[in-house]
Design a binder for this molecule. Structure first.
Ligand SMILES: Nc1ncnc2c1ncn2[C@@H]1O[C@H](COP(=O)(O)OP(=O)(O)OP(=O)(O)O)[C@@H](O)[C@H]1O
Ligand SMILES: C[C@H](N)[C@H](N)CCCCCC(=O)O
Ligand SMILES: [Mg+2]
Length: 226
């Protein structure tokens, strides 16, 4: 099973959007692809349980059928920082519980498992640990989604610097056009290409969910599709 962790330069930068496009892209190569959203904050009650839109989108874009709770083991009603939501509801997210949930979803027959983070790279999960501690413990290769907006240079460069400090294998970044009013979009992509040491894997246009990724050949290598 090939496994990747999808992080982003911030919350609301398109991690779910890109993860869903990647799941479909991988399926076009004849593989079984499944999404995992270990921690989600912001949910509504449906079918007698709390469900989160990201997890539902990932599930819809997957071609492996698994129960909701397997895709999203930690779900909180309030759209707030998950460690605060956990504290408010008397729950604790631990590295061990994340890994136990991960073992459960890895027991499926998926060829590809894409895990979407929550928020940006440095997401607290409890008083002491961060989601990146889990990514490191699981030794997951990472794909960084850069939401193109003013401020993304700082976010992308700091994220890269921290990943390098931790010895994380970031296989590449994806430029996601989330703000069609942004000035100098191409110059910003060029600035990132000059400064990020990992390859640009794809560019996602500003568009609805049917949008196609502009795929660079390196994406196939990064995803081990060839
Ligand atoms: N390429 C795009 N073009 C237009 N809208 C986009 C694009 N990518 C994302 N969006 C929109 O931006 C919003 C945030 O995207 P998305 O939910 O994928 O972000 P996220 O990083 O997964 O957020 P979260 O931190 O909540 O998980 C959504 O409304 C989504 O539809
Ligand atoms: C609710 C939101 N959409 C995400 N699911 C959670 C974002 C957490 C951000 C934490 C932070 O860095 O401040
Ligand atoms: Mg999301």
């Amino acid at each position: 099973m090939k496994q990747f962790f999808i992080t982003g330069t911030d919350t609301e930068v398109g991690k779910t959007h890109i993860s869903c496009l990647l799941l479909k892209f991988i399926q076009n190569y004849g593989h079984r692809a499944l999404g995992f959203k270990p921690i989600a904050a912001g949910a509504e009650e449906a079918f007698g349980q709390w469900v989160n839109d990201d997890a539902l989108s990932l599930l819809e874009s997957s071609n492996v059928n698994v129960p909701y709770n397997t895709v999203n083991p930690f779900v909180f009603a309030e759209p707030i920082a998950p460690h605060i939501a956990a504290k408010n509801t008397g729950k604790t997210i631990t590295l061990a519980s994340l890994s136990a949930s991960y073992r459960a979803i890895k027991a499926t027959d998926a060829d590809y498992l894409l895990t979407e983070g929550a928020g940006g790279w440095a997401l607290p999960i409890n008083d002491t640990d961060y989601l990146y501690d889990w990514v490191k413990a699981e030794n997951l290769p990472v794909i960084l989604v850069v939401g193109l907006k003013l401020g993304c240079l700082n976010h992308a460069l700091l994220t890269q610097a921290h990943m390098q400090q931790l010895g994380i294998n970031c296989v590449g970044w994806i430029a996601n056009h989330i703000d069609n009013t942004m000035l100098e979009q191409q110059a910003n992509i060029a600035s990132l290409k000059e400064r990020l040491t990992m390859p640009l894997l794809a560019i996602a246009p500003y568009a609805d969910e049917q949008a196609k990724l502009q795929v660079h050949d390196v994406l196939l290598d990064a995803l081990k599709l060839r």
